[in-house]
Unconditional design. Structure first.
Length: 539
């Protein structure tokens, strides 16, 4: 019986060596089949480790590069096996008409390998673009001071000799000229305090506090017609690495007089003086600010002597704007403004924050769309017109009624941003509930099918200081998260405020906020509200 060359090619395309065996060439068949044994063992070894272990490998560029190399070798092996089987099959008859079908067989072999190569290269590029590689050293030289971006204040830690020291370790003060001066002495307590921030690139598995991993999630209000970023969404998410329980704490964007950590306490004095002038009110219209007092009895209120509050004097969502170019104060981070915001929020909560993640508005919309939308419990109707985050795209009308609703990207953006007829604090609750809903509804199938789109979103719209080397451990930690054990708390007035500024902005009640954080961390979802019920209902 004669063997058909195209049948032989197809068989070896499926299992190298099968076509040669069909063509009655057992020695050649054995030679082509032998590589399948170690390959099958490798596939079995990695897939039997489970989805989490596989995912942890796929977020490491070194592993992906290895897989890409294997992919090229397997492609070459299959192509050669198919062509060889075609050639050694019975040559009787005219083969000219089989050239095109053979080309199609080879193309069918190559396409999945080429797609795998494309996804692999894009994944490596996205990982290396978004996440951070460990720095070579803590001290670096600047060729010149950085340009001041829109609204940014001058960096207080750029010296005349252009050396840049990392203030995350306050020990840097000891090495400045004039050892023993007041600044160096004042820093000693921070140097040896257990609360000193951990070095930013200490491996995750070697960190002192392995019981908890905490990140600052930031939504950036950036888009057409807006100047710079406004961090209107600020949520601290913390995961218990042992139980998988999660707590999310929301910070109002309009908090003022935020207390500052030691290395920033005098960084905003000039800004503070300007803000005080703007905040002063004269309700009695006597020509003098109401907080001025007539102390000498001459009928004219005297301006009080300025005393710094050692705080960030204006709205919390402007920290990033003022500190975004502080590469001296924060030399080893992709975004100094987010690093400063992280330190200030961490100090307020009394909770060490490991890293930050910022997502721009357009990235949020594209992420929801890539995941196929999200189901959310809508508590109140909203009929709004929302601006698209993309330039040149007209506003869209969004009309959603109460109840469980399936929202696409733009509808989700409207849901987490709308506040006309609502309030900032209701909006904060919706933002926390949206994150909770996305986390609970995203599964491995959704991630796999939306993978190419998500890669593009990450590269264009996400900024983070999470080191690339952390990703395998974070994948394993994410697998532990219990989506049914998520506590959400918003630090909104009046419960968590200590009064208001003359301009009616809330001032954080630091003691109560820190107490609540510890209460939730110790007691979980039962401490998130008076009843223990989630503010998100069944969403």
């Amino acid at each position: 019986m004669r063997s058909h060359p195209l049948v032989a090619a197809v068989l070896s395309a499926l299992v190298p060596g099968a076509g040669q065996l069909y063509a009655r060439k057992p020695v050649r068949a054995t030679a082509f089949f032998l590589p399948a044994i170690p390959l099958a063992y490798g596939v079995y070894h990695y897939t039997s480790a489970g989805a989490v272990e596989m995912a942890s490998l796929l977020v490491q560029p070194s592993s992906l590069s290895g897989f890409l190399a294997i992919n090229v070798l397997v492609l070459a092996w299959r192509l050669i096996a198919a062509v060889d089987a075609y050639m050694v099959a019975d040559t009787a008859g005219d083969r000219s008409w089989t050239a095109i079908p053979l080309g199609l067989i080879l193309l069918a072999i190559a396409v999945p390998h080429l797609l795998g190569w494309s996804y692999g290269v894009k994944t490596i590029s996205a990982l290396e673009t978004v996440f951070v590689a460990a720095p070579e050293g803590e001290l670096r030289l600047l060729d010149s001071p950085p340009e001041v971006a829109f609204g940014a204040l001058p960096d207080p830690v750029i010296f005349e000799d252009r050396r840049v020291l990392d203030p995350r370790s306050m020990a840097n003060y000891i090495f400045r000229p004039g050892i023993g001066d007041p600044e160096a002495i004042a820093a000693l307590g921070d140097i040896y305090s257990p609360s000193t921030p951990i070095a930013p690139f200490t491996p995750l598995t070697e960190r002192v506090d392995l019981d908890r991993f905490t990140i600052l999630l930031v939504g950036a209000d950036a888009g057409p017609g807006r100047e710079g970023f406004r961090t209107d969404t600020m949520i601290v998410a913390t995961v218990d690495t042992n139980t998988g329980s999660v707590a999310m704490f929301g910070l109002p964007r309009n908090l003022k007089l935020m207390p500052l950590p030691a290395h920033l306490r005098t960084a905003f004095v000039e800004l503070e003086e300007n803000v005080i002038e703007k905040d002063l009110t004269d309700l009695d219209e006597d020509g003098y600010p109401d907080i001025w007092v007539d102390t000498d009895g001459d009928g004219i209120p005297e301006e009080p002597e300025f005393e710094t509050c050692e705080c960030f004097p204006t709205m919390l969502n402007k920290v990033h704007q003022y500190t975004q170019t502080w590469t001296g104060t924060y030399p080893n981070t992709p975004d100094p403004g987010l690093a400063a915001l992280t330190d200030i929020v961490s100090h307020l909560l009394g909770l060490p924050i490991d890293n930050y993640v910022m997502v721009k508005m357009d990235g949020f919309v594209k992420t929801i769309d890539a995941l196929g939308g999200v189901d959310v419990l809508v508590r109140e109707p909203y009929h709004v017109t929302v601006s698209s985050p993309e330039e040149g795209v007209p506003k869209a009308s969004v009309n959603i009624e109460p109840g469980m609703s399936h929202l696409d990207g733009l509808e989700s953006l409207a849901y987490v941003r709308w506040r006309i007829g609502s309030s900032d604090y209701h909006r904060m609750r919706r933002q926390r509930c949206m994150i909770r809903a996305v986390a609970s509804q995203t599964n491995q199938f959704k991630l796999a099918t939306s993978f190419p789109s998500l890669l593009e979103v990450f590269q264009e719209s996400v900024s983070t200081d999470i080191p690339l080397s952390f990703l395998p451990d974070l994948v394993k930690l994410a697998a532990k998260v219990d989506v049914d054990d998520v506590a959400t708390v918003g630090f909104v007035p009046p419960t968590y405020s200590a009064g208001r500024t003359p301009g009616k902005y809330p001032i954080p009640n630091v003691e109560r906020i820190r107490w609540k954080v510890q209460d939730v961390l110790e007691n979980g979802v039962t401490a998130q509200s008076r009843t223990g019920e989630s503010e998100c209902g069944n969403a």
